[in-house]
Design a protein around this ligand. Structure first.
Ligand code: GLP
Length: 241
């Protein structure tokens, strides 16, 4: 693991944006793995700025998102498809047909998981996978106890994750308890992994991921096994290392 500690969230976003910009400069047809949550938003804003300034192009890129709520279709404002359209895809020169998010409205979710894996393989695998980290150490929606070689599948969310993400849902709004997520094995197959974490509330999870044992109790610790994992932290997230 390469650990990069920067002053603040803005520097973390710029560092992450540089990795994606360089990747697309090397190979405009790159396959990018993308993430949701609040952490990557600043990175996406930076990529939008660079795309509009003409310093990076997504016109040949393909993307695969980590996860989606099961039970929400892409028009639902809390779905991760909607989030990605709003936060990135609608503002860059990407062909929407080249963007993939697991289908939250799949009639047969188990089949849909297999198809998602097949699509990633058909695209040639993921070149760079972006990740955030949950306070309980989850990556994607791979909650603690997830198999370290797991593939894309349906996962039940833990109470901790449901509570953490409740802030995005109105009090009387239905909040899904199930998701479709790439597995830890799927994530580890990416040729490079970039995990961003900012803020002191991530410090315990970051400590467990980097300095704790390799264990399914902290899914992000699986990145200890990856040859090209870059962990980009601000001072708050790094404060317990
Ligand atoms: C969700 C997503 C994860 C994300 C995590 C942390 O549960 N499925 O991919 O890393 O939230 O989100 P945030 O960046 O908002 O702290």
């Amino acid at each position: 693991m390469q650990i990069v500690i920067l002053k603040n969230a803005a520097e973390v976003a710029a560092y992450g944006a540089d990795i994606f910009t360089q990747q697309l400069a090397r190979n405009p047809g790159s396959v990018l793995g993308l993430a949701t949550g609040s952490t990557p938003v600043a990175l996406y804003q930076e990529l939008i700025r660079r795309n509009q300034a003409g310093t990076v192009s997504f016109s040949k890129a393909k993307t695969f998102n980590l996860d989606e709520y099961l039970g929400l279709n892409g028009e639902h404002p809390q779905s991760y498809r909607y989030f990605m359209n709003e936060q990135l895809f609608n503002h860059i020169d990407i062909n929407k047909e080249n963007t993939h998010v697991p289908p939250g409205d799949a009639k047969n979710p188990i089949e849909a998981c297999k198809e998602y894996e097949a699509r990633i393989s058909a695209a040639g695998g993921i070149d760079v996978q972006l990740l955030g980290i949950g306070r309980n150490g989850h990556i994607g929606f791979n909650e603690p106890s997830s198999g370290l070689t797991s593939r894309t599948r349906v996962k039940t969310l833990t109470k901790a994750t449901i509570d953490d993400n409740a802030r995005f849902f109105a009090a009387d709004e239905y909040q899904p308890h199930l998701s479709i997520t790439m597995g830890i094995g799927t994530i580890l197959d990416a040729r490079k992994v970039v995990l961003l974490a900012t803020g002191e509330n991530k410090a315990d999870a970051v400590h467990a991921m980097i300095e704790g044992p390799l264990t399914a109790a902290c899914p992000a610790s699986a990145l200890q096994m990856h040859r090209h994992a870059v962990i980009v932290l601000d001072e708050g997230a790094a404060s317990k290392l």
